[in-house]
Write a protein that binds this ligand. Structure first.
Ligand code: SF4
Length: 462
């Protein structure tokens, strides 16, 4: 069934446009502590060894041949593939360090290579890294194996090798196909190379091909962004992520090269997003979470309909919350009720790993309150609903009482027609989805602290 699209009042956009987390984790990264270090990570791994649950693995390949001006990732700009050779040797050492604690709890049902640009690696480097992973971990027959590819550097030979190794999902960076936008963001990628790569992926039998777009980029307007969306629909992407451009030049200095006057205003930015929602929904895609769209037969759409969608650092997933291990500089692990992050500088990462230490530099052990709020926030962000009964059962609480303050604070969203509170729980209406980060923020205990300086570090919610 096609969903109806409602235009949102400009006054609501102005009211709710404020800095806010995207909730890829709760507690959010700024709340983690540098007191959490290698020894804490080791303890988490030891606890994990006693569990017999399948793992999710993330490998961060930070290298890119050039830097796109909008980039928000942790990257190393280089044209020297020897640097990657050294890096993947360190990834192997890190796997050895981790595997030592895991004993035989090494079954993997989800693998993701992200970046940076994973296909910066040469074919022998890809084989070598994959071989190392296979030495330390065992893949489930049904494992989801995904990789991010940049059409500007990915060859057909790369795709053939990845397919042969067992990768079954591709995530393709597109962002915007308009030449003037590409010029302003320093990423020239022709429509032909994008379409060609997409068609090769299809021919090779990748079961899911995702396309990433960004709205709010310099030079974008409804007309040119519509053309990009039409092209993505035409090639038949299985899933499309439409991310909001996080313009944070204070944190990402390279973004200062983007002339601010070329950026769409907040209301123009909303129009771009509304255009994407309208076009994807009218083509039969389901809206997954706040900013993803999937074909109706895609497993994300099915999971959404059944209320069993999850979210982790790799995005939305149908896999139940698994312990996930991150490898490489800046990567994040979520395991045994804790988060742990590796150092973000390449040389620091390699030095620590060479010395036989995990490269953990910050993290946090989740309290019971964190776990309860994490569940509430994930439920709202993924499924646009929160059911008291499910919360009560999972945590042995009376969630109406536990969230008395929060339910009171939801009043403004109810008055604005964005959500409802019923006998059974909370529902976010389709017109409230754009504001789901604001609604989730109500449940964030750390944001309640007026003196918390981290309140301002996030990108804007609209
Ligand atoms: S290719 Fe991706 S990771 Fe690399 S600079 Fe561009 S946006 Fe950043």
């Amino acid at each position: 069934m096609k969903e109806k699209i409602e235009k949102i009042d400009r006054s609501l956009l102005r009211k709710y446009d404020r800095p806010g987390p995207r909730y890829t984790s709760y507690p959010t990264v700024p709340e983690w502590s540098s007191d959490f270090g290698p020894e804490d990570y080791r303890q988490c791994l030891k606890r994990l060894a006693t569990e017999k649950k399948p793992l999710s693995l993330y490998f961060h390949i930070p290298f890119c041949k050039s830097r796109c001006l909008y980039c928000g990732c942790t990257t190393v700009v280089s044209k020297d593939s020897k640097r990657a050779e050294i890096y993947i040797d360190h990834l192997r050492q890190e796997m050895a360090l981790v595997a030592e604690h895991l004993a035989d709890n090494n079954r993997v049902f989800q693998l993701h290579w992200g970046g940076g640009t994973p296909t910066f690696l040469t074919l022998p480097q890809i084989e070598k890294l994959f071989g190392s992973i296979s030495d330390y971990f065992t893949f489930d027959d049904e494992a989801e194996m995904a990789i991010e590819v940049d059409p500007r550097v990915t060859t057909v030979e790369h795709l053939e090798l990845l397919r042969r190794l067992g990768f079954n999902r591709i995530s393709m960076g597109v962002q915007d196909l308009t030449p003037v936008v590409q010029e302003l963001i320093g990423r020239n990628q022709t429509a032909e190379e994008t379409v060609d790569l997409f068609n090769h992926c299809r021919r090779l039998g990748f079961s899911g091909i995702n396309v990433d777009l960004i709205y709010g980029l310099p030079g974008q307007d409804v007309k040119n962004f519509s053309d990009t969306i039409d092209a993505v629909i035409k090639i038949g992407a299985d899933r499309v992520a439409v991310y909001s451009f996080a313009y944070l030049p204070g944190v990402k200095p390279h973004q200062k090269h983007i002339p601010p006057e070329t950026l769409p205003s907040m209301t123009d930015k909303y129009d771009l997003f509304a255009t994407a929602v309208e076009k994807f929904l009218s083509e039969g895609y389901a809206q997954i979470g706040m900013d993803h769209f999937a074909k109706p037969e895609d497993e994300l759409s099915v999971a959404l309909a059944e209320g069993r969608l999850h979210r982790n650092f790799m995005g939305y997933t149908t896999r139940p919350a698994a312990d996930s291990l991150g490898f490489g500089m800046s990567s994040i692990s979520e395991l045994s009720g804790a988060f742990a992050q590796n150092v973000s500088k390449l040389s620091d990462y390699q030095d620590l790993i060479s010395s036989g230490e995990p490269a953990t530099f910050r993290g946090c052990n989740l309290t019971r309150d964190d776990l309860i709020r994490q569940r509430a926030i994930i439920s709202l962000m993924c499924n646009f609903t929160l059911t008291y009964e499910a919360m009560d059962r999972a945590f042995d609480i009376d969630s109406r009482k536990y969230f008395e303050l929060e339910l009171n604070d939801l009043k403004q969203f109810i008055d604005d027609g964005l959500a409802e509170v019923t006998e059974a729980g909370i529902n976010v209406f389709p017109r409230g989805r754009l504001f789901v980060r604001n609604i989730a923020m109500v449940f964030d205990a750390y944001l309640r602290d007026e003196g918390n300086e981290n309140r301002q570090v996030f990108s804007r919610t609209i």
